[in-house]
Design a protein around this ligand. Sequence first.
Ligand SMILES: [Zn+2]
Length: 357
Amino acid sequence: MESRCPLSSEHLENMIVGIDIGATWTRVGVVTGMRVERVHRCRTAELSRHAPFAFVGGRAAATQQEPFASTGFPPLARQAPHPPSTAEEFASGLAERVRNLLAEGASASPATSGHDGQTLTAVGVAVPGTIDRASGVVMRAVNLPFLDGFPLADRIAQSLGCPVTLLTDAEATTWGEYMSLDPRPARFVHLRLGTGVACGILIDGAFVPLDEPRATHAPTLIVDRSESARPCACGLRGCLETIASGPALLRLAGFDDPLSDLAMLRQRWLQGDRAARVAIDEAAAAIGVALTALHGRFRFEAVSIGGGVIAHLPELVAPAREAVSPTVGGQRVRTARLGDNAGIVGAAHAAENSISV
Ligand SMILES: [Zn+2]
């Protein structure tokens, strides 16, 4: 049953919660305006006791196709069949995290959370995969396969008693970054480089599909069309992800230690390690190629680059900007502003928008 609180927008801001589900970590935050008031982070695996998580930060598709030594990330254990209750448990786990977050706020700050009208208004959920927005169903989540076909929005809405909006993680981070800009560009692109690579395109505030590849990456993001282009987990060759994702950077820099990470790569790079330099230079050039292609197609006014790779290697942005300067104009390229919070902010704002229309 829906129990939307009475809104008195002249006096109070809506209390919106954003949930950013990642392959490894899930973050839940209360968002007011552009501010993330409180955030809880938990391991995604802890949300359901039956979930077949036996990996740490790896991608199912990548690890299935490539041996561990070549990805630099731990292998995914063979996934056992999961009971049908897994997705239900996962949804309950998420709702419980939201309730805990709100309860904490109420006890810590009764002046804001205990006030009439300051109960939960809406929830936005960012999912790492494809979704059916209208029905709130997860279509395909490569790293969370038990969610495939699951009506996640409905289940969380039933549990929390408020409207729930589902969107992809690429849409959520893009929307979050876009909302943080003033003025907001009419043509905006956000490129997120993490364990995978994702891209969101907004024209006049509306998402534009990037080839809608579903099972594969967008051909616009193919940066190497040579004979030696590397195979990608998506099935294509030469995707930006094969060069500028976290696992790709580690692999290209020659890391074969299962515990290696991007902080170690940066350390080596700062020490003048040649392989690290080559990997980072190649990634920067590849980002430049991708941005040039995106600009050729969408004529964006501004692009932001973010994600875990940029968080660890912010130095990648300057050479990527330089690489596109002659054609795109370097001033259009900037580092994402919201960092880890972009998904939470974007999901929350999308939820707020969907209840106000
Ligand atoms: Zn690909």
